[in-house]
Structures are given as C-alpha cells and as structure tokens.
Write a protein that binds this ligand. Structure first.
Ligand code: V47
Length: 434
C-alpha cells in the first residue's frame, strides 16, 4: 500500500492543487472522470478539494437528505472452507468458537428482528462445507414464515458460487449461478449485499485472498442477479496489499458493469449518455451532473422500471486485528475520508454511497456524510465479521443515535427500506411511503 500525504487545506489563498482544476471543471459539467483523474484524486495532497468536490456531487444527487435503516445482521455460521488472510471471522468445524445456526435459530433471529422494528435482515456466513443447498432456501422460507414483511438481503457472490457447487450446478457456469439465484429468489431472497468483492485484481487476489472467487466471477454473479431483477450492493475492501492503480481499476470495472445494467433505464428516461473513454467506447451513464441534465429524475427507482442494478457502494476499510495480515497498519481517518470522496466522484452511476459506521465508527461516519456518503447503514443489532478496536462483539446503536449523528453532520435523517423507499413508522409498525 502506498502511504498518502495530505495537507491541511484549503491553501490560505484559496487556490487548489493545479491538476485538480481540470477535474473540477469536469465534475461541474457532469463529465465522466478517467483512470488518470482517479489516480490524481488518490494522490494529490489537496484532499480538501477532493472532499469538497464529492460533497458538491452528493448534494446534487441527494440534497440535504441522509438515509439510515433499521436492520439486523445474521451471520448464520462462521465455519468456512476458506482461510482468507485478511479475515478474522472464519473457523474450522472443530475449532474453538465455531458455530452454525439451525433453522430454529434463524426463526428466533427473524422474530428478534421484527421485535427490534427491523425492515431488513442482512445475512452472510462462511462457505460451510456440509450444509446442503436446501438449508439456504429453507432459511429464506423460515424467515418469511415468522416475518413476511422483512426484506432479505443475503449471501455474498462468494457464497452464491459455493451454493452453485453444492447444488451440483457449479459446472454450468453462468447459467448455474443464475439458476441458484432464481431458486433463492423464489424462496424469498430480495437482494444481494456487496461483500466478497475485495479488490478486482489478480495480483491482489493471489496475495491476500487466494481461493476466493476472482473479480470477473464476482461481477458475473451480480450481473446474473441484475438480470433476474434483483438489486445488489458493491464493496471495495481497501488498505491492505493493493496499490492505488488497483483501487481505481476496481472502481472502473464496477462502473462499466453498471453502465450496462442501467442502459435501458437511461434510454427510457432520456438521460444523455457519454462516450466512456478512448479505451472503452461504451456509453457512460453519469448520474452526478448538474440537475438540468436529468429532466425526468436523476436516480433509478423501484417500480419505475425493471429492477436490477448496483444501488449502493460500500467502501470497507481493512481492519487488521486478529487477521493474518495484522502486521499491516490498515487505513485511518483522512485516508478513509478521501476514499469515500474518490469513490463518490468516480462511481458516477451508482446512486448511493454508504458509510458503514460499524467499521468506521459513528463519529467518522458523520464526517463521511459531509464528504460523499448519503447513507449511514442501520441499527445493526449484531456484527461479527470485524470488530473495531475496543468494541465488543455486540455492536448496536439506536435510531435516536443515528438520527442525532446525521443531524449533527448537517443533514436531514430519513429512514429507508432496503430499496431506498421512505419508511413511515408508527412504533414497530411501518409502511412504505408511496
Ligand atoms: O465480504 C472481511 C469484508 C465483508 C475484513 O452490502 C473485512 O450493505 C475489513 O460486505 N476488515 C462483509 N473488512 C461486509 C460487507 C457489508 C457490510 C455492510 C453493508 C454491506 C451492504 C456489506 O467484510 C467481507 C469482506 O469484504 N471483511 N474481513 C477485515 N479484516
């Protein structure tokens, strides 16, 4: 990882780092940024200007609004066939602390989610070597038996590929993946979370998460989900062994796939597309420009069009504690702010940007709302994948704290469901605002 230098900007005379001037002009006009622009944004000492540009774009897209949701994470098992060096969550079956939930445990978790007022469960786990495919479809059905209104956002692309293998559809490639997703959707799956993407680069893959699926397969799983009408999220796990070029490369691959996912919607809405770049002549769908470029609305909405796109990008800072890579320092404060800002500017076609407070802390998430993020995630009753230093296993916050964090950052808090529809609440009862 390259270390970054950041100045205490803005410069006293109000000037900006000269290479940022051309980027500023592009952002003002809603023109897509290039790979070189991405690297400039990552490397300039003038982080102040980078963050200000991201805030400008974020306000254009979402105004004063910042979203939160009431959700519960369920990690159904930490038993995993893989042993990724950055992961502190995985266990082998006979290892201390290994666990797996029965369907009754899952029902109990779903009931607890309803009791806590949740609108969503976020479910991920290890690649369990013995559980059959039916366990996963039964899990969807068991949740909806107890809690029919809960949105189930479940399984990283890595788990989906594992499920294709155990359901004997691993050899069918893309069609096998699509069949698995189809079965899960029929059983109640509502969307896919963004985990498991790490960094789409073979060098980084081989050094830090060999054994996991490569970037092209991760992208295929999400493409298949989009084709089935499921929305998905995307992540980037940064700050370990990757270089700046590899971070930017990851963003470009996500951006390209999203251009394809949104092509029909953009054509229907009369959103002018631009040529992406000399190397990539596909149409670019840019959602971050000035308002007059979007006379029929800026963001794709469920109900308005066939679903199936990346709705949220979630930058994940590498947390070294207890992993095999704990000798690495991991990214801190300003780098995390810059990362959020650069992703907002580069990923011009992904509608939402989440500051996942569990990994950043609620205090940092406030700053992130001022630098590109428009979502602070949820109440998160349980989170077991990573633990920020000093935090216990039980990481939870209240709606009151989330609202306060958003307000103090200068924004108006609004509760959303998984698909970013406003939630109207009367205690634990809720409906979707139409
Ligand atoms: O896939 C694993 C990452 C991910 C570490 O879609 C680590 O709304 C940091 O994807 N340090 C799981 N990260 C979390 C995730 C997520 C979280 C919140 C919201 C959403 C969403 C998705 O956490 C894993 C992996 O990429 N991870 N180990 C670590 N040491």
């Amino acid at each position: 990882m390259t270390s970054l230098q950041t100045s205490r900007s803005p410069a006293p005379d109000g000037s900006i780092d000269p290479p940022l001037d051309a980027i500023r002009r592009k952002v003002e006009s809603g023109i897509r940024l290039s790979v070189e622009d991405g690297l400039t944004l990552m490397r300039t000492p003038d982080a102040w200007t980078v963050c200000s540009l991201a805030d400008r774009v974020r306000r254009r897209m979402h105004g004063e609004l910042a979203w939160y949701n009431v959700n519960k994470h369920i990690n159904y098992s930490n038993i995993c066939a893989l042993s990724c060096s950055f992961c502190a969550f995985h266990r082998k079956r006979d290892q201390d602390g290994a666990y797996e939930y029965s369907l009754d445990d899952i029902r109990r978790e779903a009931a607890a989610a309803i009791e806590a007022g949740a609108t969503e469960v976020h479910i991920v786990g290890g690649l369990h070597p013995w559980l059959p495919f039916e366990y996963y479809t039964d899990m969807m059905r068991a949740i909806h038996e107890v809690a029919p209104t809960l949105h189930i956002k479940a399984f990283t692309a890595v788990e989906i590929v594992h499920l294709a293998r155990i359901s004997k559809r691993g050899r069918d490639g893309y069609e096998g993946i699509k069949a698995v997703l189809g079965d899960l959707k029929d059983a109640g799956l509502g969307s896919l979370p963004g985990g498991g993407a790490e960094v789409f680069d073979d060098r980084v893959h081989d050094e830090a998460f060999k054994g996991k699926i490569r970037g092209d397969v991760w992208l295929d799983v999400h493409r298949a989900a989009h084709e089935l009408g499921l929305n998905t999220n995307a992540t980037m796990l940064y700050g370990h062994v990757e270089r700046m070029e590899e971070r930017v490369g990851h963003m470009i691959q996500l951006r390209r796939q999203q251009d394809r996912a949104l092509a029909d919607w953009a054509a229907d809405r009369g959103i002018a597309s631009q040529r992406d770049s000399e190397e990539n002549t596909e149409d670019a769908i840019v959602l971050t420009g000035p308002s007059e470029q979007y006379p029929n609305g800026r963001l794709p909405q469920p109900g308005q069009t066939r679903m199936g796109w990346f709705q949220t990008i979630v930058p994940l800072p590498f947390i070294p504690d207890n992993s095999e890579l704990q000798h690495l320092p991991g990214p801190i404060g300003l780098e995390n702010l810059r990362m959020i800002a650069v992703m907002r500017l580069m990923l011009d076609n992904i509608p939402h940007m989440k500051a996942f407070w569990i990994m950043h802390t609620l205090d940092m998430a406030q700053f992130m709302l001022q630098n590109g993020a428009n979502d602070i995630d949820g109440t998160v009753v349980w989170y077991d994948i990573t633990k920020v230093e000093g935090a216990g296993t039980h990481q939870e916050t209240t709606v009151k704290d989330l609202q306060r964090a958003i307000r103090e950052a200068g924004f108006v808090p609004k509760e959303r469901d998984t698909l970013y529809r406003p939630v109207l609440r009367n205690g634990h009862e809720w409906t979707i605002e139409s």
